[in-house]
Design a protein around this ligand. Structure first.
Ligand SMILES: Nc1ncnc2c1ncn2[C@@H]1O[C@H](COP(=O)(O)OP(=O)(O)OP(=O)(O)O)[C@@H](O)[C@H]1O
Length: 279
């Protein structure tokens, strides 16, 4: 049974056709890069998988995660809350509660299995606290456990978000440009942590990236979007210069020349982030 099964997913924002009939199947234990130029639909697709967006109504449209229906024909399935308990979303902007200690942010991963009074009073069972500390240890920031989240660097915040996913015991991580605002060393650490969770715990990971080199280094499979359509779905190693050029247009010519000049495909090819980030 696939972990993710998307059929004919369409999404319109006003006059903008963000997704034009996307089909996607991801199996248990895969690590998949989602590539595409800015505005190609990566975030929109990820948000549909976790039920944060509702698709256009249409008879064949369906999103299933772990065999359960997130949405069908533009209607949310009844199991969305249950599905969310097993799916961790990691965003570019970390999504931690700034004023709370890192520890409480990480413990939020356990909320779905705790009674409400415990989460409101922050009276967490000792075994959950241990699990949170272990997770922080795992990502190398245990000594930051009682600092306010806002005092952490971007890389540390992203590692805290990964700890939260570990405490959540997520079977699927959907990471939306998790390294877009990080320096190269922090980016490497975050990608390695995601790859380790995938390799060692069998967590399925779908990660949207702007850095093609990280897809080559960490993700055996790439799904590439262009103008809301899947234009490539296959081994990352088979992504040729022509395919990348088709994906990103001529703006990246110079970078591709550099990549092609070195035979190893893992040569860093960091694609320009268009206007959005500067805005
Ligand atoms: N809430 C929204 N309202 C209106 N238009 C939207 C909304 N969200 C996305 N879009 C549009 O849908 C298209 C796809 O956007 P999306 O954010 O999914 O692209 P992306 O590939 O993730 O881009 P980036 O790499 O810059 O994050 C874009 O044209 C965008 O402007």
């Amino acid at each position: 049974m696939p972990v993710i099964d998307v059929r004919d997913l369409r999404k319109t924002f006003g006059t903008c056709l963000a997704l034009k009939g996307v089909n996607l199947t991801v199996h248990d234990g895969e690590m998949v890069a989602l590539l595409g130029a800015s505005g190609s639909g990566k975030s929109t697709l990820l948000r549909h998988l976790s039920g944060l967006h509702r698709a256009d109504a249409g008879p064949g449209s369906r999103v299933q995660v772990m065999g359960r229906t997130v949405q069908e024909a533009g209607r949310c399935g009844g199991a969305v809350r249950d599905i969310r308990a097993s799916v961790a979303m990691i965003f570019q902007q970390f999504n931690l509660v700034d004023r709370l200690p890192v520890m409480h942010n990480v413990l939020a991963g356990a909320f779905h299995r705790l009674p409400l009074w415990r989460t409101l009073l922050k009276r967490f069972p000792p075994q959950e606290c241990e699990a949170a500390l272990d997770a922080l240890e795992r990502v190398g920031i245990a000594e930051r456990a009682w600092q306010r989240a806002s005092t952490l660097s971007g890389g540390q915040q992203q590692r805290a978000a990964i700890s939260r996913a570990i405490v959540q015991r997520a079977r699927l991580i959907l990471a939306d440009e998790p390294i877009a605002s990080l320096d190269p060393e922090s980016s490497r650490k975050v990608m390695e942590l995601l790859a380790e969770l995938n390799r060692e715990r069998g967590v399925t990971v779908v990660v949207s990236l702007h850095q093609v080199d990280h897809a080559f280094a960490y993700c055996p499979r790439t799904v590439a979007l262009r103008h809301g359509e899947v234009v490539y779905d296959g081994p990352t190693a088979s992504l040729t210069r022509e395919r990348l050029k088709h994906l990103y247009g001529t703006q990246s010519d110079e970078l591709f020349e550099r990549a092609v000049a070195t035979p190893a495909a893992v040569t860093p090819v960091v694609l320009p982030r268009p206007a959005l980030q500067a805005a």
